[in-house]
Write a protein of this length. Structure first.
Length: 199
């Protein structure tokens, strides 16, 4: 197990000591008092492509082969290995879409129709934990919810997937990860309504 943790970036692995650093506070108090000591990565001024690459490259403290920034059905989380955290909270956008499901006439599957619910900006980091305000709305009727975290331009319907997977009958989860193939998208989760098999 120790070997897998050693795959973290070497540039910061030795500098997690808690020794005080007089130069740590940034200009005009940008870094909160509970922000990690140096090293950290300044994200202000990064364009959306560079910011997405940085956020996707953060390694998880739970598993070395997993991302530190991720979504599940109840929101956005950061569980970061203590190397190269952001120096300040990073603005990440969340788009929530209602997904109306109906049986497809020509197959055993479903057709999906999207309607925007809301878009908001949340603050992620520099501390670990669940991002405030990231809880998605609940599915209702025959409408599920697609939640997408991203940076950059607004999401439009043509950015959203043409089809969505559904939880398996034997799955312990009532949601699935979704593939949203657009630059700047960090993660996406689809939660169908509880009675989707009757829709």
């Amino acid at each position: 197990m120790g070997a897998s943790r050693s795959k973290a970036p070497a540039s910061a692995s030795a500098s997690a000591s808690p020794s005080p650093s007089p130069s740590a506070p940034g200009p005009s108090g940008v870094i909160p008092p509970d922000a990690p000591a140096l090293p950290c990565t300044a994200t202000k001024g990064l364009d959306s492509s560079a910011l997405a690459d940085y956020l996707k490259g953060l390694k998880s403290s739970d598993r070395s082969d997993s991302r530190a920034l991720f979504m599940v059905d109840d929101g956005v989380y950061l569980r970061l290995v203590k190397t190269q955290p952001p120096c300040e909270a990073v603005p990440v956008r969340l788009g929530f879409f209602r997904v109306d499901m109906s049986r497809s006439a020509d197959s055993a599957g479903y057709t999906f129709t999207y309607a925007p619910i809301r878009t908001l900006t949340i603050a992620v980091g520099p501390r670990d934990g669940k991002a405030d305000g990231s809880v998605p709305p609940a599915p209702s009727g025959c409408g599920g919810v697609l939640s997408v975290s991203y940076v950059g331009r607004d999401l439009v319907e043509s950015d959203l997937p043409h089809s969505l997977r559904l939880p398996g009958k034997d799955s312990t989860l009532d949601w699935v990860l979704a593939d949203v193939e657009r630059d700047g998208v960090l993660d996406a989760v689809f939660k169908p309504p509880a009675g989707f098999r009757d829709c």
